[in-house]
Design a protein around this ligand. Structure first.
Ligand code: NIG
Ligand code: FE
Length: 414
């Protein structure tokens, strides 16, 4: 193995998320993957090969790279004006029904060039990477026609090629009803199922399929048609479920073996039990809850009692969650929803990777996983979650290479 070794990380207080033992560990990297993790004291003797490199973590804490499992990162324009309208008392539903909300971002996204969408999304994605994100899910859903949905997904794929982060794409054609289909939601769903999704899947742009199942969006029957199409195409599904009300979204998603159901403020015990049976991850989006000033948190105790894994994500989008800080989002999950620090760290690593169906590649520090990890300048992992507005991130390593470094942190040798 020595000749393939490209980096040796030493003097690390290595802890998998949730593991509080702080012992000095070293991580061996081979071919972009973790080859081994060993106590520093037991380091095997290495021959000096040209590709051999050594990096001294100088007592930093290390966690797996953070995994963002729910974002709407690619969009045109912004909706800062809605923030003001909501402060003045308008609700998300009222703004949406008045032609604002998702539909206004659809207009801006249709009008934007592919390069402009890329540049704006790249800026947001760099913020995520700078706080330790090494894998991100990006949804379409602001195009709502085949051409613009394809444009969004091509931008997402390009982000994955040009920035140091793994990108997984999700088709969210059933996000909102476009204005040209007003009063004809079933016809729009027909277009999604017979044209949009098959065309985009054929172009290799779709890793998973999502929908917004809600009174202000699509019914259970309409989302089921989308899921039937996904199943025929062999694509996994997930669902925006039980965010504003309970219309049976989670029950539908679990019948289709969904990877995750997301939001879940209005989920009931029967929903949580169905998630457990289906192996569905609960994705919590506290930034949206916070921005909408919701008052009913998701049923965290039920997830715990039924053993449903919880993931957390920013939900980065221009309306309900203009959020690009995983650490602040973790803090919100703890402060607003009552997660423990260990639950929050697991939720942003292991369980987020599970929500993407990518546990074999991301989310844990284990031999065989991608060598994606973050060095943190903290005395304990609790500090990752307790600070508001500061990032103790010292370095982000993706596929064994440093992709982000805080100024002046790098030390070499021992
Ligand atoms: O996850 N709930 C639907 N979709 C987004 C909101 C998107 C928007 O308002 O632009 C969400 O909160
Ligand atoms: Fe969302």
């Amino acid at each position: 193995m020595t000749q393939y070794l490209t980096a040796l990380w030493r003097n690390l207080n290595c802890s998998a998320a949730g593991d509080r033992a702080a012992s000095s560990m070293a991580i061996g990297i081979s071919d972009e993957r973790i080859a081994w993790i060993a106590p520093q004291a037991d380091l095997p003797a290495f021959e000096r090969a040209p590709e051999f490199a050594e990096y001294d973590g100088a007592g930093a804490w290390v966690t797996p790279g953070l995994v963002e499992c729910h974002t709407h990162l690619v969009f045109g324009g912004n909706r800062a004006d809605e923030f003001g309208r909501r402060l003045a008392g308008a609700s998300y539903e009222e703004i949406a029904r008045a032609g604002g909300g998702i539909v206004s971002t659809v207009n801006a996204t249709r009008a934007a060039s592919e390069d402009a969408l890329f540049a704006a999304a790249a800026g947001r994605l760099r913020c995520l990477i700078a706080e330790g994100v090494t894998a991100v899910e990006i949804k379409s859903g602001y195009g709502l026609d085949t051409q613009t949905e394809a444009k969004m997904l091509r931008v997402a794929r390009r982000l994955g090629r040009e920035l140091p982060v793994s990108v997984y794409t999700t088709f969210l054609g059933a996000h909102a009803l476009p204005a040209e289909y007003r009063g004809r939601p079933d016809e729009y769903i027909e277009l999604v199922c017979t044209d949009m999704l098959p065309t985009l899947a054929e172009q290799g742009l779709v890793d998973a399929v999502d929908a917004f199942c809600e009174n202000i969006a699509f019914s259970v029957a309409q989302c089921e048609r989308v899921f039937e199409t996904a199943a025929r195409l062999g694509l996994p599904v997930k669902l925006h479920a039980e965010q504003l009300s309970n219309i049976g979204a989670t029950q539908l998603a679990t019948r289709y073996g969904a990877l995750s159901t997301d939001h879940l403020e209005h989920a009931l015990e029967a929903d949580v039990a169905a998630m457990r049976r289906a192996g569905t991850v609960a994705v919590l989006l506290p930034a949206a809850y916070y921005c909408l000033r919701e008052t009913q948190p998701p049923p965290i105790d039920l997830f715990r009692r039924h053993g449903v894994p919880m993931a957390i994500s920013t939900d980065c989008n221009p309306g309900t969650a203009p959020a690009v800080s995983p650490l602040l989002t973790m803090n919100m999950a703890c402060t607003l929803f009552g997660l423990s620090i260990d639950e929050a760290l697991l939720a942003y690593t292991r369980h987020a990777a599970q929500a993407l169906g990518k546990s074999d590649l991301h989310g844990t520090l284990e031999a065989g996983r991608y060598a994606d990890f973050v060095l943190w300048d903290v005395d304990s992992l609790a500090e990752l979650v307790c600070w508001l507005g500061a990032s103790p991130c010292r370095a982000v390593i993706r596929h064994g290479r440093i992709v982000h470094e805080a100024p002046g942190m790098r030390e070499t040798g021992s």
